[in-house]
Design a protein around this ligand. Structure first.
Ligand SMILES: *Cc1c(COP(=O)(O)O)cnc(C)c1O
Length: 404
């Protein structure tokens, strides 16, 4: 697969066709905004799974850590290895399940921290860790299912599960956690039930002599909803990328979208009334129009279901997309833009002047969630970082140099 990151000779071409622009100053701003809301002593885990929700995991992880995050969360072992290979030293929690001895070996080798959900898994981990002659026991994180019905030991079994893991050699319980199913809904009933179950499970563990040193429960929505859900650590994805999990959680915090999607105009033409546009003629001009062909399509991750239902931003104005979105290209009605030129930039997601298109707009049109929109852009599009904060001046460097 073509990967821009690993193909240096292509770098001068990065902005020739279409690209994902990643604003690292917006990311730092969002991390700081979130930290201002955290309960005292709560740490921020930057969730950078799925290539940092399509933003590019290494650049996002480095910037989030620089802005004050202390933990990273990934879904898979390769995602964790990518961060380690980039030289990132922060602790990394594997949020997804791992089950085999081979996986335990990779986890130990790359200093990743796994999630434990079942007794069988705990036995495999302990046995494999024992064969690896580790300098320290393997840190593991106990996952409790308090109502998500995805990963985790049933919360009622927390004490027995905790005792089993605590009794196994070569493992060290580093935290206990759970995940909320409905934290982004205005009705808090289920979230509060899950919170009570989590508290009850932890109390039962402690009575049984198992005392996880850290607890965590909150995703972005719960982090914004109530500091009583923060515990020792919050696991934040979406909000860090500048989107609100739900409109009612937008109060009192200013988040800025980190990702923009941009593409070039490659041709501009006049069409007469009655002219059909793109496959299937799903758009037919009803008047004289000027249309622009733009070099981005569904193979880049723009959902084809947005055909005739989205706009682009050109010179700060919304212009309608027309006809079927094709694999590599789409057309816009640019009749309102005087003298548009080949090579001009169209913003498909992001801000241009006063005009703005957000992943929430696409999600609403498509009946999905902004999380899915962010994750949909393919690696065919280069990720370009902008507004990288300057690294802090190192102590050795003189603050003022004599002029020569
Ligand atoms: C993805 C994930 C998160 C982050 O969720 P957001 O809603 O994006 O903040 C937190 N915890 C777990 C277990 C996850 O899988």
């Amino acid at each position: 697969m073509l990967s821009w990151e690993h193909t240096p000779s292509l770098i001068p071409m990065q902005r020739e066709r279409a690209w994902v622009e990643i604003d690292l100053s917006a990311l730092a701003h969002n991390v700081q905004q979130l930290q201002m809301r955290l309960a005292a002593g709560t740490e921020l885990m930057a969730v950078v799974k799925a290539d940092a929700y399509g933003h590019g995991a290494v650049a996002i992880a480095q910037s989030a850590l620089q802005a004050g995050a202390t933990w990273l969360g990934v879904a898979t072992i390769p995602e964790g290895i990518e961060l380690r290979e980039a030289g990132i030293q922060a602790p990394i929690l594997l949020l997804g399940a791992t089950n085999t001895a081979e996986q335990v070996q990779a986890i130990a080798r790359w200093r990743l921290q796994p999630t434990l959900c079942t007794p069988r898994q705990a036995l495999v981990f302990s046995e494999t860790a024992g064969k690896l002659t580790l300098r320290q026991p393997l840190p593991v994180h106990l996952k409790l299912d308090t109502g998500m019905s995805r990963l985790g030991a049933p919360w009622q079994d927390a004490a027995a599960f905790g005792q089993l893991v605590q009794g196994l050699p070569h493992l060290h319980i580093a935290s206990a956690y759970s995940h909320l199913a409905t934290a982004d809904e205005p009705d808090e009933t289920v979230m509060r039930l899950q919170q009570r179950r989590f508290e009850a499970a932890i109390a039962q563990m402690r009575q049984a002599g198992v005392n996880p040193p850290k607890l965590h429960l909150a995703n972005s929505a719960a982090t914004l909803a109530d500091s009583a859900l923060h515990y020792d650590r919050v696991r934040v994805g979406l909000a860090m990328y500048g989107l609100y999990p739900a409109p009612h959680l937008a109060q009192g915090i200013d988040l800025r979208p980190v990702m923009q999607i941009k593409a070039r105009v490659t041709q501009v033409k006049a069409i007469a009334p009655g002219t059909g546009v793109s496959y299937g003629y799903r758009f037919i001009a009803d008047r004289d129009m000027t249309i622009a062909t733009v070099a981005i399509g569904y193979a880049d991750g723009v959902p084809r279901n947005l055909s005739n239902r989205m706009t682009g931003l050109v010179r700060g104005q919304h212009v309608p997309q027309i006809g079927a979105i094709t694999m590599d290209q789409m057309m816009l009605d640019v009749s309102t833009i005087p003298n548009l030129q080949e090579g001009e930039v169209v913003t498909l997601l992001g801000q241009d002047g006063q005009a703005r298109i957000s992943a929430d707009d696409w999600a609403e049109t498509l009946g999905t969630i902004s999380w899915e929109i962010l994750c949909s852009f393919k690696h065919r599009l280069p990720r370009l970082t902008i507004n990288q904060p300057q690294p802090a001046r190192s102590a050795q460097q003189p603050t003022a140099r004599p002029s020569s």
